[in-house]
Design a protein around this ligand. Structure first.
Ligand code: SF4
Length: 408
């Protein structure tokens, strides 16, 4: 039996004359105004996408967060927190990685937002995570959730508008990946990720979602894609409906996105476009067809012999990131790497055919090439993990050291 959510509403507002505050206010006014969501004295937590130490579109535009903080304070909020646990601070897991959470807060312009509005920044990783039961969770029966997301009256989710090579899109639902500590983020970063995200939404209610659609990211999101000028803000009380409309704004059928379908069928919100009233701009007038994520690796790296096992989008995507980062370092002779093994059970070529080093990317490639790795000895570089995430940084750091560069 299909879920019946009635008719839900999503607003879409254009930014006119560069006035981001006015567009955010208009989007929120179209669905009842901030007073509908924030009452006098409420404690409010804002959850922008602060996954990386990069400017938009990799992260939420600080002008959008600032406008939301101002509107919440004007509506009478007693305090406004701005929080996230950045995805790129792998220091917590393996002691490696380029940046600290403070770098992320500074480089995304959110330290300035706090300064200018009186909102407070909460680094979730420095605060408490509360182990929380998820009685109807499918993947997660319990999860450690950032206290600032639980110990609050109102949660306002402020995602960016992006394609994602593992989850196809990353919007309001996926933005809750950042309410978990790092090792939990990594643990289910495969096909279970969609269900895991939906499980989180079963215990952390989103009162209002405001989409930063100023500049979207197409292609190899969430970090390495290309910008697309949109100049839009969207808002909804229903995070699933917001995701559905945002997906359509990128030229994709909303129902094709797994997280939207799962969230719809498990009671989080309405993901069916036929039951969504879009107010403000018409989708057909403002949408753009975003380039889809492409994790193809064949033919892109002719300098390496690439040996693929069974297909897995997660390891192929990480291989692309690892090869791109390796090339960007400009090491002499590619840090002596000649061969890359990836995927499930890749063919084991004779060791004599491998010059210098070989990368084995992901636990599948590592676990099914034992004899070859044994024969290679320390010429076998294991980028471990399922999927490999922090190990990409760790191995690049080692290569930097071996090649006389400073560790990152
Ligand atoms: S290690 Fe295996 S299952 Fe895990 S992400 Fe890589 S190819 Fe997929």
């Amino acid at each position: 039996m299909d879920m019946d959510y009635g008719k839900t509403k999503v607003s879409v507002a254009k930014v006119e004359g560069g006035d981001v505050y006015a567009a955010v206010k208009k989007a929120v006014d179209l669905i009842g105004g901030m007073g509908r969501f924030v009452k006098k004295g409420d404690r409010v937590t804002l959850k922008p996408n602060l996954a990386y130490p990069y400017a938009p579109p990799a992260t939420t535009d600080p002008r959008v967060t600032k406008a939301v903080a101002q509107l919440a304070l004007d509506a009478g909020a007693s305090r406004v927190l701005i929080g996230d646990s950045p995805a790129y601070s792998c220091k917590k897991i393996l002691g490696v990685g380029r940046w600290t959470n403070q770098d992320v807060i500074d480089k995304t312009g959110h330290a300035k937002v706090a300064e200018e509005t009186g909102a407070q920044i909460v680094d979730f990783d420095e605060g408490e995570f509360v182990m929380t039961d998820i009685p109807d969770g499918v993947i997660l029966q319990e999860a450690p959730i950032a206290k600032a997301m639980l110990d609050t009256d109102v949660v306002i989710n402020i995602p960016a508008l992006k394609m994602h090579f593992e989850t196809f899109v990353t919007l309001g639902l996926k933005n809750y990946h950042g309410i978990l500590p790092d090792h939990y983020k990594v643990q289910w970063h495969k096909d279970e990720i969609m269900q895991k995200i939906v499980d989180l939404h079963k215990v952390v209610k989103t009162h209002l979602t405001i989409l930063d659609g100023l500049v979207g990211m197409e292609g190899l999101g969430p970090r390495c894609g290309s910008p697309v000028e949109m100049n839009l803000i969207a808002a909804s009380a229903d995070v699933v409906s917001l995701d559905a409309v945002a997906t359509e704004l990128m030229g994709v059928d909303a129902w094709k996105v797994d997280s939207t379908r799962i969230a719809h069928t498990q009671g989080i919100g309405n993901g069916k476009m036929e039951n969504i009233e879009v107010v403000g701009e018409k989708i057909a007038d403002v949408k753009k067809d975003f380039e889809h994520p492409d994790v193809s690796i064949d033919g892109h790296y002719p300098m390496f012999k690439l040996i693929k096992g069974g297909p897995c989008v997660h390891c192929y995507g990480r291989t692309k990131i690892m090869c791109d980062d390796l090339l960007a370092e400009n090491f002499d002779n590619y840090a002596d790497v000649s061969t890359v093994f990836v995927g499930i059970n890749p063919k084991q070529i004779p060791v004599e055919q491998i010059q210098g080093k070989a990368l084995f990317i992901g636990d599948c490639a590592i676990n099914t090439t034992g004899n070859l790795r044994y024969a290679l000895g320390d010429r076998a570089v294991c980028v471990d993990g399922c999927p490999p995430i922090a190990s990409v940084h760790r191995e690049l750091d080692k290569m930097r050291e071996e090649n006389g560069k400073e560790k990152l």
